[in-house]
Unconditional design. Structure first.
Length: 258
C-alpha cells in the first residue's frame, strides 16, 4: 500500500469501533443478496469517514485490514466462466480461499440461483489441491454439476479487505482493494492498485437506502464485477468477452483499471 493510502485510510480504519470474528459470524450470510459497486480508491476515504457511526469493523490480530488469496477452479473448457459470460441465471464458482491474517483455508462452492440469491457451501480447513481426495470428490458434485477430476486451477487473485458490520440491520459491507490477478494456466499477472470493489451482503428483506444515497452522492453506482470472470477476461484476451467488454472499457476510461 502507498504512503498516501496509509495516511488517508489507516486512521479512518482505526477509528471504527471494532468487532471480533466470533461476533461477526452471527451475520455471516451463507445465503444472501449481493450488490457490488466499483470505484477508484481515491473515493474511499470520504465514504469511510461518513460510515463510521453506522458500522463496526472486523479486527483480526489487531488489524482492520485483512489479506486474502483465492484460487478459482474451472473445467478445461472454462464452463463456469462461460456460464457467467453467456448470462446463465443459475451459475457456479468453485474456489479455495486463504484468509492470510488468521491462516484459515476454505474450499467453497458458490451458487447464484435464478432469483439472484447467492449461497455458499464450505469445507473448513480444506485446500482443494492438497485435500483428502475422497472428501472433495464427494463435496464438489454434491453442490455443483461438476466432478473433482474435471477441475484445474484457472485464476488466482489476492487482495486486501475491510469488513464493516451494520449496527442496525443485518448487513455486511466488504471493501476490496490492492487487487492482483494471475492466470494460473499462463502465469500472467496484472496489478490494479486504483481498483476498489465495494459489496453489500444482506438478506432478501433488508435495504440500506442511507448507504445507497451516500454512494450516489459520490457518483458510485451498482456495477457487476466478478473477480473470477472479469479477472480472467482481462488476463486472457483470446477469450470471448463480449458481455464484459463495455464494462472493462468504461473502467479503463475512468483509469480505475490499467
Amino acid at each position: 500500500m502507498s504512503t498516501n493510502f496509509d495516511n488517508k485510510i489507516l486512521p479512518l480504519v482505526n477509528s471504527f469501533q471494532p468487532i471480533s470474528l466470533e461476533t461477526m459470524d452471527k451475520v455471516s450470510f451463507l445465503k444472501r443478496r449481493d450488490t457490488k459497486y466499483v470505484l477508484p480508491i481515491s473515493k474511499l476515504a470520504p465514504i469511510l469517514e461518513t460510515l463510521q457511526d453506522d458500522y463496526f469493523i472486523l479486527f483480526i490480530k489487531e488489524s482492520g485490514i485483512q489479506n486474502y488469496r483465492t484460487i478459482y477452479y474451472d473445467t478445461k473448457a472454462l464452463d463456469m466462466y462461460f456460464q457467467h459470460h453467456n448470462g446463465w441465471r443459475k451459475r457456479y464458482k468453485i474456489r479455495t480461499r486463504h484468509y492470510l491474517n488468521s491462516d484459515e483455508f476454505f474450499t467453497e462452492v458458490k451458487i447464484k440461483n435464478n432469483k439472484g440469491i447467492t449461497s455458499k457451501k464450505r469445507l473448513q480447513g480444506v485446500h482443494l489441491e492438497y485435500a483428502d481426495q475422497e472428501l472433495t470428490a464427494q463435496f464438489i458434485p454434491k453442490y455443483s454439476p461438476f466432478e473433482l477430476n474435471e477441475l484445474e486451477a484457472s485464476v488466482s487473485n489476492s487482495f486486501s479487505r475491510i469488513t464493516l458490520i451494520n449496527k442496525q440491520i443485518p448487513e455486511r459491507l466488504t471493501i476490496d482493494f490492492n487487487l492482483s490477478f494471475t492466470n494460473q494456466r499462463e502465469n500472467v499477472t496484472q496489478n490494479h492498485s486504483h481498483l476498489c470493489i465495494l459489496e453489500t451482503k444482506r438478506n432478501q428483506k433488508e435495504k440500506n437506502r442511507k448507504l445507497a444515497l451516500l454512494l450516489k452522492e459520490n457518483s458510485v453506482f451498482p456495477m457487476g464485477f466478478s473477480k473470477y470472470a472479469i479477472g480472467l477476461s482481462m488476463l486472457d484476451r483470446t477469450l470471448k468477452n463480449n458481455r464484459f467488454k463495455t464494462r472493462i472499457q468504461q473502467l479503463k476510461k475512468q483509469q480505475i483499471i490499467n
